[in-house]
Design a protein around this ligand. Structure first.
Ligand SMILES: *Cc1c(COP(=O)(O)O)cnc(C)c1O
Length: 376
């Protein structure tokens, strides 16, 4: 038998989250963002649940190929565009749409030999200063692209740096509005935070978003966990990281647990050893404030440092509730236990000083990933 740690991908949760996004932006088409192997969920395990989306957006051509192999014939968008001229050939062959955000990409397109015109998304730098053309140059780049036989259609795209702030969203909209005035073409603006939090605002401001680009919302974590939890948004976790206890230790006052012997036991207690460590993607920096779910429903705090392959938990809450625990007991690190109780990935992330996005993407290669459809 293999190590008990595994990630379960919840098919119905993915479908629910996609439906929620659709209901928030009913007149928009949806790019399901599946970069980074679907935020760590594995493209092959999310594809079927998300195929109700209008297209898939990602960065790596290898991932685009995987979608084509899975049978997806619809739109695929490369969010960072191409990196070298050969990529353009693959775009032609696989029918990929691509972002154009820098001069080098414009040049590559101009010299690309193709029979078939490309669908490009011209990116505006609306203030985030990461990718895209400045508002002042935007129209002239559009004009150059529009004159190329290699380009069939140009859509207009930008990205929000602070989707949690209404005033920042309005400011970005105003930059976008000025830069794209009088330009034809479909618009693509919103990430999860804007779709969930501001789609009404976009409508009121007269910015119909033709293509929204939700990522994290589909996977059931909050785009703005500091202010609003995934549950408050109505999202369901699509990934559960689960393992088992592989040892139990009875310890007494004065004993120490784990590396560095930092954690000193103050009373007799029972420690559970979980087959999950930082080499599985569980953050070592979480303090003992972080909790896990034992036997599907009992929250127990981490006790001692997280090591490479294991972590240790204080099983006192189980004993207090009269729930017997032994080797083999289920441990839920985040997501949903097999009894349906939730421990939000954003909560664990907060204890690690980071965001749910990072944890879900960082689940290590050695962790088995399976869809609950396959498990039954
Ligand atoms: C990753 C990404 C998204 C999705 O962002 P979420 O916050 O996960 O919804 C949207 N647009 C672009 C350009 C991205 O790179």
């Amino acid at each position: 038998m293999s190590r008990p740690i595994h990630a379960v991908i919840h098919y119905a949760a993915l479908q629910h989250n996609l439906k929620l996004v659709n209901s928030k932006a009913p007149s928009s088409r949806v790019w399901a963002v599946v970069k980074a192997n679907a935020y760590g969920h594995c493209i092959e395990h999310v594809f079927d649940a998300l195929r109700g989306a209008d297209g898939f957006a990602l960065l790596d051509i290898a991932e685009a190929e995987k979608l084509r192999d899975l049978g997806w014939r619809g739109p695929i968008l490369l969010l960072e565009g191409v990196f070298d001229p050969r990529d353009l050939e693959l775009c032609s062959r696989l029918g990929l749409w691509h972002t154009v955000h820098n001069e080098a990409q414009v040049q590559m397109l101009a010299t690309h030999k193709t029979q078939q015109g490309h669908r490009v998304f011209l990116k505006l730098n609306s203030g985030m200063n990461r990718l895209g053309f400045d508002p002042i140059r935007y129209k002239s780049i559009w004009t150059r692209l529009n004159a190329m036989h290699q380009v069939e259609e140009i859509s207009l795209l930008t990205h929000f740096a602070r989707s949690e702030s209404t005033s920042d969203v309005l400011q970005t909209l105003s930059v976008f509005k000025h830069a794209t005035q009088d330009l034809p073409g479909e618009r693509s603006l919103s990430n999860s935070g804007v779709v969930l939090g501001h789609s009404d605002l976009l409508a009121v401001e007269g910015f119909p978003d033709d293509w929204v680009r939700p990522g994290v919302a589909l996977y059931g974590a909050s785009p703005d966990a500091q202010h609003k939890s995934a549950k408050d948004w109505g999202l369901l976790p699509a990934q559960s990281l689960r393992s088992q206890l592989i040892a139990i230790q009875q310890v007494q006052a004065g004993d120490r647990v784990g590396y560095g012997a930092e954690h000193v036991v103050t009373k007799d207690m029972v420690i559970g050893v979980v087959a999950c460590g930082y080499a599985d993607g569980f953050p070592r920096v979480v303090g003992s404030a972080a909790q896990v779910l034992i036997q599907g429903r009992i929250r127990c705090p981490i006790f001692g440092r997280v090591s490479m392959d294991m972590l240790t938990v204080d099983l006192t809450p189980c004993l207090a509730q009269g729930v017997p625990v032994d080797v083999g007991a289920e441990v839920t690190l985040w997501g949903k236990s097999s009894e349906g109780m939730e421990l939000s990935i954003d909560e664990v992330a907060a204890h690690a000083g980071t965001i749910g996005y990072e944890l879900m993407c960082a689940v290590a290669q050695r962790v088995r990933v399976q869809s609950d459809v396959d498990i039954g």
